[in-house]
Design a protein around this ligand. Structure first.
Ligand code: CUA
Length: 193
């Protein structure tokens, strides 16, 4: 009578085959590659130059909110649809607050000048993404990230949120206006006037 196969009984014969040469080669290749990637993570962290240039500190969300309000009161130059437009002096600390669902306030910075841009949230995680550049930064409640920034191109930019934060996530759009450097550019050779 033919023996029935059952998962409860272990097979009697050697049912597996030892790994062939090709299999061994591929397992080795993938293992080595895994180890390379594993080593790249800390290496990239230290050598990659992709880490944010700046400071990190714990901050109480209420205290951060107060700082932002003070910043707005100090340097407000106008308002647009109820959103204050703030133009801080070059070299100063700039505060941007991410909250459901806005970036507060609108900023006006000067091209070629350096600032320390502080980012934090007062509710939950948001993602600071400056368009059209490939700049992404996690904005986390309880932490103040101070990034040293020097806008090098005048323009009217938007900050979008790239961390899903609820029903108004897609409406979370902020503004950063970079005004051209105030120095008068010398006319280029061959140019009229
Ligand atoms: Cu804030 Cu998505």
């Amino acid at each position: 009578m033919e023996e029935l196969h059952s998962a409860l009984v272990s097979p009697r014969h050697v049912w597996w085959k030892p790994a062939g040469k090709q299999e061994k080669v591929w397992v080795t290749v993938s293992f080595v590659w895994c180890m390379i990637l594993f080593a790249m993570m800390p290496l990239w962290h230290i050598k990659g130059g992709q880490n944010p240039s700046g400071i990190r500190a714990r901050v109480d969300p209420i205290a951060y909110h107060k700082r932002v309000e003070q910043f707005v009161a100090d340097y407000k130059i106008g308002e647009e649809s109820g959103m204050p437009i703030v133009a801080p002096p070059p070299g100063s600390h700039v505060y941007l607050l991410g909250r459901m669902w806005q970036w507060y306030p609108s900023l006006q910075l000067e091209e070629g000048k350096s600032y320390t841009l502080h980012l934090s949230s007062t509710d939950l995680n948001h993602g600071f993404n400056l368009q059209p550049f490939n700049i992404n930064f996690q904005v986390v409640p309880g932490y103040d990230y101070g990034l040293r920034v020097t806008p090098n191109k005048a323009g009217d930019y938007r900050v979008i949120c790239n961390e899903y934060c609820g029903i108004g996530h897609h409406l979370m759009i902020g503004k950063v206006l970079v005004t051209p450097a105030k120095t008068v550019a010398a006319p280029r050779q061959g140019e009229e006037g």
